[in-house]
Structures are given as C-alpha cells and as structure tokens.
Design a protein around this ligand. Structure first.
Ligand SMILES: [Zn+2]
Length: 196
C-alpha cells in the first residue's frame, strides 16, 4: 500500500523548448479562448486533480484505490493523498499520474499561464512522485534533480500516462467534484462514480 502525498519544490526546464505541433498549439489556443473556468494552480480543485490522476492510473492499470482524501493536519507535507494498492510493475505509471493530470488540465485550457511557467509548477508538485518513480531522492546540492531524470519522468508522464488518462477526463472531473465536496472518497465511492 502506498500513499501519494504531493507537495513542493524542484524544477525541470527541459520542456521549455519542446516543439509542439501546429495542431497542439491551435487546440490549446481554442481551449484557452473558450469560456472555461480558470483553475487556480495548487488550489483545492487543482490538488484534487493531481490526486485523482494518481488514483485513476492505478485503477486503469489494474491496481486498487483504497481512498483519496484531503489531509487536514497542518504538519502534513501534502494537502491531499491517494492510497493505492498495486503490483510493482505499474508503480512508475502511477507516480506520473498526478503530473499527467495537471498536464491535461493545461491542455484542456483550464490553466491561464504560459507553458514555461506551468512546467515549473508541475515539477514543483512532483517531488515525492519522482522519488517514487526512481525509487530514491536524487536531488543535487542545488536542490534540482539531474536534467536527464526530469526528462525521463516528464516525458513518461506526457507521452505514456497522459494519453491513458485523456479519455477519462470527464469522469475525473466528476471524481474531483465529489472529492472537493466530501473531502474523502473510499473505494466504493470511486467505483460508483466511474460506473455511472
Ligand atoms: Zn503526486
């Protein structure tokens, strides 16, 4: 059983220069301009999306989610957590689930900031997730991780995990809404929403 508690600090700037297709840029522009609600980065909704991302990847790949909840303890490092049970071979994908969910929010036009600014935010939120992904803390003296490792994590999240989550975007939206409302969802709650 592993808990994904998600918190702060660190950077990855390898995505800044990432070439994007004309289609991707136009798609983002369309979503940006359409009248969608803006989501505050690291607000309650946003944090929920991150956790639901972990949980959803776990479920989609055959793991089980015991609960997703907000941590009200002031001393707690994370503000929300997902408690997942899964076979070891899907651990890396689950670790990327939060990052991938945040990426989808950006892609769908919910985040009103530049891609460059946003990548910093995503990496800030993925410190513990990267430790889980690589099975260790590889922060260097300056607090940053080696660029190659950031790259490996980021590309895995964007290329492998985000496409897995994308068809479930609407379902995730409902799970997030319920989580924000109830502050805690158990396995039964989650399955009920997914089946609806
Ligand atoms: Zn996370």
């Amino acid at each position: 059983m592993t808990e994904f508690k998600c918190d702060t600090r660190s950077h990855g700037n390898f995505l800044y220069g990432k070439k994007q297709s004309v289609f991707t840029v136009l798609y983002r522009l369309y979503n940006y301009c359409s009248a969608k609600k803006t989501m505050e980065v690291n607000g309650v909704d946003y944090q929920s999306w991150h956790e639901v991302g972990h949980a959803m990847v776990c479920l989609l790949l055959g793991g089980e989610v015991e609960l997703i909840e907000f941590v009200d303890d002031e001393n707690s490092i994370g503000v929300a957590k997902a408690r997942c049970d899964y076979p070891p071979e899907i651990k890396r994908a689950i670790a990327c689930g939060g990052f991938a969910a945040e990426y989808l929010l950006f892609q769908e036009g919910y985040i009103k900031m530049s891609w460059r600014e946003f990548t910093d935010k995503m990496f800030d939120n993925a410190v513990r997730d990267r430790i889980s992904f690589f099975d260790g803390d590889f922060a260097q003296e300056d607090g940053f991780w080696p660029k190659e490792m950031d790259k490996e994590f980021g590309y895995f999240a964007i290329r492998q995990v985000a496409p897995l989550l994308k068809p479930w975007f609407r379902v995730m939206k409902t799970v997030v809404r319920e989580l924000v409302l109830k502050r805690k969802l158990n396995s039964q709650n989650i399955h009920k929403i997914i089946k609806a």
